[in-house]
Design a protein around this ligand. Structure first.
Ligand code: NDP
Ligand code: NHF
Length: 367
């Protein structure tokens, strides 16, 4: 391995990997060294268009098979944004070849597959991390710290989140997200994954005792063998009495809201996954008061806006840049952080429970 720079290889020419390409350029401790595609022409075209906007700090080699890239010994880490249904064998092959693995979300088809993927990484002594960028945002880390150490809203009782975007006709017919073989969890995997993760972060990684879920609308892409959740609602119950619910959808307008409610106030975020384009990430802490005095019944508003200085995306302190920088730090220092595989496995276990509940009619499932 080169001493100070993590050499990244990408599997596939996924749309999201263009954002990660730029993030790696800005990370300061990595560079994209290779891209593999099922088509050599596509790999080279991808490298050319990305390089024209964001050049890497060295040459980037195109490979026409994922195997060929994984076999190289001048690659330290692979980024795997292949469709979820196809990802597992490539994660395991990469780990066996000694490559550290940044794996897109949702991690896998089942939690058993996640265990196999993580075991392969552990056996090979390489880092496993999923692609949830907000785990690396200064805002989320500050909220996590406050909720754990300071009880800014008292005891947390309820977490509600909503992640949706409106997928048009062409999306519904031909995007990987509506193909059961490629993205079997549909909106639950694509968007609900973040809602579940937010809950885990807010509870300091505590697992719920039971979950339930329901597909509200199913979608089926033109080439899909089956339906996927296009609109899904899920709930979680915790031993402390805390409850959490979420809604995710490919059919509602752009919304990324989260409310964390305590017995002394609530925290509201309006952009919890992809921060609004700005140089700071904000949230509000609310502790409204109902003032009653004889004929005067006033609900008085008390809302404090809080923020951290952090560019939403595409800058050196943005969450996706922090993600790849932190990953490369683990690679370069040979210090594996076990929290990341744990987070992935817990998220997938809750997702699996929601799907089992859905398949059984929406009843509560004990985890
Ligand atoms: N963390 C985040 O913020 C984000 C994460 N994601 C996740 O990343 C993953 C990829 O999403 P997205 O970028 O939209 O995906 P794309 O459809 O743009 O890309 C998927 C890539 O996978 C490769 N591939 C291999 N086999 C197949 C196949 N049978 N069908 C289709 N593609 C195949 C293709 O590369 P090639 O043909 O070149 O080999 C293709 O470019 C998803 O799981 C998604 O949830 C997506 C967006 C944001
Ligand atoms: O992970 C993701 C982040 O947000 C997108 C929507 O805006 C998703 O579709 C994507 O897969």
């Amino acid at each position: 391995m080169s001493e100070s720079i993590c050499r990244w290889g990408f599997l596939g020419s996924a749309a999201i990997s263009r954002k990660v390409w730029k993030a790696i350029r800005y990370s300061g401790n990595g560079r994209v060294a290779a891209v593999a595609s099922r088509s050599a022409v596509r790999a080279q075209a991808y490298i050319d268009t990305c390089s024209a906007e964001v050049p890497q700090t060295g040459p980037v080699t195109a490979f026409e098979s994922y195997e060929a890239l994984i076999a190289r010994d001048d690659i330290d880490a692979v980024y795997i944004p292949l469709p979820t249904g196809l990802r597992k064998p490539w994660v395991i092959a990469a780990a066996k070849a000694g490559k550290h693995v940044l794996c897109e979300k949702p991690a896998a088809v089942h939690a058993d597959d996640v265990r196999e993927m993580i075991d392969a990484c552990q056996s090979a002594g390489v880092q496993f991390m999923d692609g949830v960028m907000f785990d690396h945002s200064a805002r989320m880390n500050e909220l996590h710290r406050q909720l754990r150490d300071e009880s800014p809203i008292g005891t947390v009782r309820r977490i509600q989140s909503h992640f949706s975007f409106p997928g048009d006709n062409s999306f519904q017919k031909s995007n990987i997200r509506t193909d059961a073989g490629l993205e079997p969890h549909g909106a639950l995997g694509d968007l609900g994954w973040y809602c579940i993760r937010l809950t885990l972060r807010a509870t300091n990684l505590e697992m719920p005792t039971s979950v339930r879920g329901q597909t509200l609308t199913a979608l089926k892409g033109a080439d899909s063998d089956g339906e996927v959740p296009g609109e899904f609602t899920g709930e979680m119950k915790f031993s402390s009495g805390l409850t959490s619910s979420f809604y995710c959808s490919f059919l509602s307008s752009n919304q990324q809201t989260a409310t964390i409610s305590g017995d002394q106030g609530y925290i509201q975020l309006n952009d919890f996954v992809l921060p609004f384009y700005s140089g700071e990430s904000s949230w509000t802490k609310n502790h409204h008061v109902l003032e009653i005095d004889n004929c005067r019944w006033n609900f008085s508003q008390h809302a404090e806006r809080k923020s951290v200085a952090e560019f939403a995306s595409g800058e050196r302190n943005s969450q996706e840049v922090n993600m790849v920088r932190r990953f490369a730090e683990a690679v370069l220092s040979k210090t594996i952080d076990p929290m990341f595989p744990e987070l992935t496995l817990k998220t997938q276990t809750i997702l699996d429970g929601c799907r089992r509940s859905d398949a059984g009619g929406g009843n509560w499932i004990d985890l």
